[in-house]
Design a protein around this ligand. Structure first.
Ligand code: NAD
Ligand code: TDX
Length: 335
């Protein structure tokens, strides 16, 4: 497929960014520069063995205009993923969320405006708030912004900046709001890899509150193909919701993980709930499917989870050094 020749990917050393970079290099002839601060959440190992003539990593802060401006000038498109991404961390200290997610996005927008670039901004379904468990509705591009968590508010604010820059300054930008991703290279602070690595380490999975909370799961490979479709065929100024009809309760997911790993399905603990815990997210991705002809390749969450479990089993060298400290931070909050 044809996409612009030179793509700048912010946050490209993270979970979704690194998947997207590998997709671009595999499926197009574009070259990629990653700008990443290499925070605790980055996985430079996910970017090893990429073709040196088409790939480069620049270590720097997306909120630093002296770094961002010249990079944006050198590229045809910016795909902006750099963000603080974990809700529990934002409850402990929201400072870097405001700095990176808001000031960082502002910095990118100003550079794109100055150099007349094209921006794709990667956002989250959390900007729409949450739904009741029995609500027949799902989020659509027309849903009202109603963020309920400090992380979601920082992402919603970044989306508002992008929309205003499109309208007021004619910046050429698109936005996507995706549901919960799972797959390889996801930090073990997040729900699926935390529970999988708990089981691999002989710990019991830990589910917040009553566990009835619903998330709409999508494999990160499918998020990456959606981002490519939007880059190739998306309409400037539009928002696209990305989801793969994967609504499941947290209880259901943890029981599936336990079963796939050969353990008793009841072998987990209910622990202290997350403050302001959103009840349910659900995406209606009709626009993406109909307008851009996108389809997910994983339509079976159980099969996707099985492959993900195998991946974590095979990559203990990557995650195990971080396991103790990640669990200690949770334990301090009774989670
Ligand atoms: P991640 O935490 O795995 O990766 C984020 C990356 O951004 C890391 O490599 C980190 O080093 C980098 N980064 C952080 N602050 C930076 C800064 N100031 N300057 C430069 N780089 C910085 O996150 P992820 O799960 O891969 O999410 C990527 C994007 O997708 C985020 O914008 C997130 O809001 C969005 N998103 C995530 C999900 C999900 O389920 N994980 C769902 C929808 C949207
Ligand atoms: O140990 C846990 N136990 C538990 O019950 C953890 C870490 C989470 N949970 C629950 C909270 C949520 O209901 O599991 C669900 C998923 O939690 P997270 O993995 O923290 O994801 P979430 O808060 O839903 O946000 C995710 O999806 C939207 C991403 O982290 C965001 O970056 C994305 O924008």
């Amino acid at each position: 497929p044809h996409v612009a020749q030179r793509i700048l990917v912010t946050g490209g050393a993270g979970f979704i960014g690194s998947s997207f970079v590998r997709h671009v290099l595999d499926r197009t002839d574009a070259s990629v520069t990653v700008l990443d601060k290499l925070t605790y959440a980055a996985s430079p190992a996910a970017l090893e063995d990429l073709p040196a003539d088409r790939f480069r990593l620049v270590v720097g802060d997306v909120a630093d205009a002296t770094v961002v401006d010249p990079l944006v000038a050198e590229h045809d498109v910016v795909v902006h993923l750099a963000a603080e991404s974990h809700n529990d961390n934002a409850l402990r200290d929201p400072t870097p969320f405001v700095q990176t997610n808001l000031v960082g996005t502002f910095t990118v927008l100003e550079a794109v405006r100055r150099h007349d670039g094209r921006l794709h901004h990667v956002s989250s379904d959390e900007v729409y708030g949450d739904l009741a468990l029995d609500d027949p509705e799902r989020f659509t591009e027309e849903s009202a912004y109603r963020p309920g968590t400090p992380y979601a508010a920082s992402k919603a604010g970044s989306d508002h900046l992008v929309r205003a820059w499109v309208r007021a300054f004619g910046v050429r930008a698109t936005i996507s709001c995706c549901s919960n991703n799972y797959g390889p290279w996801q930090h073990i602070e997040k729900f699926v890899p935390r529970q999988v690595t708990n089981v691999l380490d002989g710990r019991r999975p830990r589910v917040y509150g009553d566990g009835a909370h619903v998330r709409d799961w999508i494999h990160t490979d499918d998020h990456s193909t959606a981002l490519l479709a939007i880059l190739e065929r998306g309409r400037i100024g539009e928002t696209y919701l990305v989801g793969a009809d994967g609504e499941r309760s947290n209880l259901d997911v943890v029981r599936t993980i336990l079963r796939l790993m050969g353990r008793d399905e009841a072998d987990f603990d209910l622990v202290a709930d997350r403050a302001g815990h959103d009840r349910r997210y659900a995406i209606d991705a009709t626009r993406l499917r109909d307008e851009l002809d996108w389809r997910p390749s994983y339509d079976d969450l159980e099969a996707g989870l099985a492959r993900t479990i195998d991946w974590y089993r095979a990559h203990a060298d990557w995650w195990r050094p971080h396991k103790e400290a990640t669990e200690a931070a949770y334990a301090a909050r009774g989670q």
